[in-house]
Structure formats: C-alpha cells, structure tokens
Design a protein around this ligand. Structure first.
Ligand code: MN
Ligand code: MN
Length: 464
C-alpha cells in the first residue's frame, strides 16, 4: 500500500554517492570564495554583474539577455524564453544587503588615547555579537568632484583590522544585572581606528614647564594617514558609505566540514544560488529573471529596495523590446516568483522556541515558508495552495529535497521578506530558501547540502 505519511528527507541521503558529494563540495567551495569577497550590497552586485556580462548579458534588452544595474546596489537580469512573455516571468528575488555597522556621517572621535569611528547599526543585530572581534571596513568614499575611492580594509593578511573593544568582566558587574537592551548601548558601538600619538617636537621635552596640548592628536594622525594613502579628508567621510563587517574568510565548520560559517549568508546564499541558476538556464520555456534588491534588512524602503518601482521599469524595458504589443502589468500579474530568502533552522540549544513539527532543520534542503509576517499572520504574503502545490511538484519531480517551516512558534517568532513586495504586482509568490543557524550573527551557519539543493531547486524552477 502507498505510504500515506509525509516525512521530510535528509538531504545528505539524497547526495550519498561519491560523485554527487564531490559536486556538492565543488559548488560549495565556489560559494565560499564568493562569500569571502562579497560582504556588502555593492560588492555583491558588482560580482553578479561581472558574472552576467562574462556570459553575454548586456544593457540591451533586444539581445534577450538583459541586465539592469541600479546604482550598483540592485540588479535585474532576464533571459528570454520561447513561451510568450505575456504568460509571465519565472522570477527569483533575493537581497544583497546584510546587517552591519555603518559609519556615522561625522564618525571620527578621540577619547582616552584611542581614535574611534562612531557607527549606526543597520538591520537586526544583537549588539554584543559585534564586540571584541576583528572587523573590516568596506565601502565607497566620493569626493566633491565625483571621484570614487573604493575602500576594503581588514581582509588581506597584511591589512590592519578594526574592532569594538568590549568591557572587561571586572567592571561589568552592573551590566550583568541589566537586560540586554540596556546593557548594550548603540552609542557604544565605536570602532577603534587608531592610537599612535604624533609629537611635533619643541613643547614635549620632559620637565620643560607646561606641555602645550594639541587637540585630538590621534584623530589628526589618522586623518593624515587617510590623506596620505587615499587623499580623503574628514569632510569626505560625511558623504561616504562605509560599512563595518566581520573581517576574514568564510570557513568550513566541523570535523566533517559539512557547514559553512560566514558573515552574510542572509541573503547572499540566495543571490549566489539564484545567479548560478539563471546562468545555467536555457533560452527555452518561459522567460526567466532574477532580481537582487538592497535595503531588505531595514524594511525594503528606498530606491534600491523592493518597495521601489525598479522591477516594474525593468519589466517594461523587456516587454517593449520582446513583445511591444503586450502590457507590462500583465507580465507582472502572470509572473510566478520565488522570494529567495533564508529562514531559521531548529536551534539545538533553543529548541523550545520552535514548534518542532513546523521548524526548518539544517540539512533538509531549502525550506518553503507559505507565509511570513508575525502574530495572526500580520504583514504576510500568503502563497495560495495551487501555486505552493505546483512548486512542490516541480521539486519532487526533479528529486530535490525540500521542507516546510514557520519561523518560530506562533506568537514567538516571525519576520518579513520581499515576498509581499512581489505580491503587490499580483503575481504568485512563495518563500523558498535555506535554513541557517545563528541567523543575523557575524558568523551564520549554513549546511553544505542545503546550499547545493537550493541551487538545484532554483534551477528546476527557472528551467521548468
Ligand atoms: Mn534575508
Ligand atoms: Mn535578514
């Protein structure tokens, strides 16, 4: 008799033979290298654009391989299929930004013999996780005349790194009594950027009367270094976008190297796997597209975020070029989308926060979230049964492991993705992406088989 029960399948079982495991390892290694160098939305979009151009994608929609880069922070790419565009796109949407510390507009201060850069955190961080660990500075400084200076400091072995110095336990007794919100103050996330005192001569000789105090000599010395090496001054920092991120490479985790630990899996894991899926797709079937947005971690507002009209304009461009007689809103209405984002895996140490039957498990393939939002499904895009069943069928047909989950127990968890912004166009959309441990931390964990099967799932979706 047919087995009527449903049990999610462990993806390690699906890729048990040597050849398949070697393919998993090869793919994951390429992902690890990507994640080690793409730590900001700009770096990620630049990488994606370079890969697409190398494969023949261009700004010309007539070519059938179109890409549109919005200010280096968001990107749309589409490959024309043989089915009319009026039947809609197969679209995968992910985001390229991750939680981090941004430099304030006037960042530089000097206190107690160190120069620091003040920051303002971006996205949902647990502030204490950013203390006393090596950090790197990535970003762009733009001079008044428009010249851009690209900054990436703290990644090469010979580079210096930066850090927020945490309080020593000896003086933390009062802090230990406080709740986390009070104990870790956003105004104390100041990055150490210098310490050297530069003496000018004359007045410093010992015992020679009163020392003439120069104001902020350490900060000034840092500014001199910045000018010497990068020709930037303090005013240039006001208009800069400097992002402080964890320093160092993505690493294999565990004796068996079965996990990747890194900053920024959320959501570059989906950017990479969706990009690879588009690159591997063919000019057959439905037209396919990917869109990578910025600003998801702060609510998707802004020109480069999912709430902007960028997607609409891009679809207008391809519609005009490929099938001028059709209306772009119809293309969007008939499109089918995957909101490609990560979700929370069942945490071995906090299992009570999940409802286990509906929790994602590490190593069980990409995870469907029928809806996101919180409490009574507020703020959710809820996929319809017909579409969910259809995508589930696609994965089953291709023998790709998958699972389904909610983010935490009812009334405990919740979260948002770009799904609702896709849904605004009237298209069908469902969330599908890998589960992480320690999501939003400076060292998130992803399972190697989940990374690989997410790529397979996106490929099956685009190539149907
Ligand atoms: Mn995300
Ligand atoms: Mn996130």
């Amino acid at each position: 008799m047919q087995n009527l029960t449903y049990t999610p399948k462990n993806a390690w079982k699906s890729f048990a033979d040597e050849t398949e495991l070697a393919q998993v390892a090869k793919f994951v290694e390429r992902y690890r290298e990507f994640l080690s160098v793409c730590k900001t939305e700009r770096e990620t979009i630049a990488y994606v654009e370079e890969r697409l151009r190398a494969e023949g994608f261009s700004d010309d929609p007539q070519s059938g391989m179109y890409l549109a880069n919005l200010r280096g922070k968001a990107l749309f790419a589409a490959r024309r299929g043989t089915i009319p565009l009026s039947e809609g796109l197969s679209l995968i949407a992910a985001h390229a930004d991750s939680p981090r510390l941004d430099f304030k507009q006037r960042p530089l201060v000097e206190q107690a013999n160190v120069a620091q850069a003040k920051t303002h955190y971006y996205g949902g961080i647990r502030k204490y996780q950013w203390l006393s660990r090596p950090l790197a500075i990535h970003g762009v400084v733009v001079r008044e005349n428009g010249e851009r200076v690209i900054i990436c400091l703290g990644e090469k072995p010979e580079d210096p790194v930066f850090c927020v110095a945490d309080l020593l336990p000896h003086l933390a007794q009062k802090q230990m009594e406080q709740n986390l919100r009070e104990a870790f103050d956003g105004e104390k996330l100041n990055i150490v950027i210098g310490h050297k005192q530069r003496f000018t001569g004359e007045s410093e000789e010992e015992g020679q009367g009163e020392e003439k105090k120069e104001e902020n000599p350490i900060k000034k010395a840092v500014l001199e270094l910045l000018y010497e090496h990068l020709q930037i001054a303090e005013e240039d920092l006001i208009t800069a976008e400097l992002e402080v991120v964890p320093a160092g490479q993505a690493r294999y985790v565990g004796f068996d190297r079965a996990l990747i630990g890194a900053y920024g899996h959320d959501d570059r894991i989906c950017v990479f796997t969706a990009l690879e899926a588009l690159l591997a797709s063919e000019h057959l079937g439905r037209s396919k597209a990917v869109i990578f947005w910025d600003k998801e971690e702060i609510g998707s507002d802004g020109a480069t975020g999912a709430s902007s009209r960028f997607l609409g304009y891009c679809v207008e461009s391809i519609a005009k070029a490929w099938e001028p007689e059709i209306s772009p809103p119809q293309v969007l209405l008939h499109s089918q989308a995957i909101s490609a984002d990560v979700t929370a895996a069942l945490d071995p140490d906090y299992q009570d926060l999940h409802e286990k039957q509906n929790a994602a498990q590490l190593g069980f393939g990409p995870c469907f979230s029928k809806f996101t939002g919180s409490r009574g499904k507020y703020g959710a895009s809820d996929a319809d049964a017909e579409y969910f069943a259809f995508v589930r069928g696609l994965l089953n047909h291709a023998k790709i492991p998958w699972q389904v989950a909610e983010l935490g127990k009812v009334d405990t968890g919740g979260g948002g993705t770009v799904a609702l912004f896709l849904a605004q166009w009237g298209m069908q959309v469902i969330d599908l992406g890998p589960a992480l441990l320690a999501m939003h931390s400076p060292f998130e964990l992803a399972s190697c088989v989940d990374i690989y099967s997410t790529w397979l799932a996106y490929t099956a979706f685009l190539n149907r």
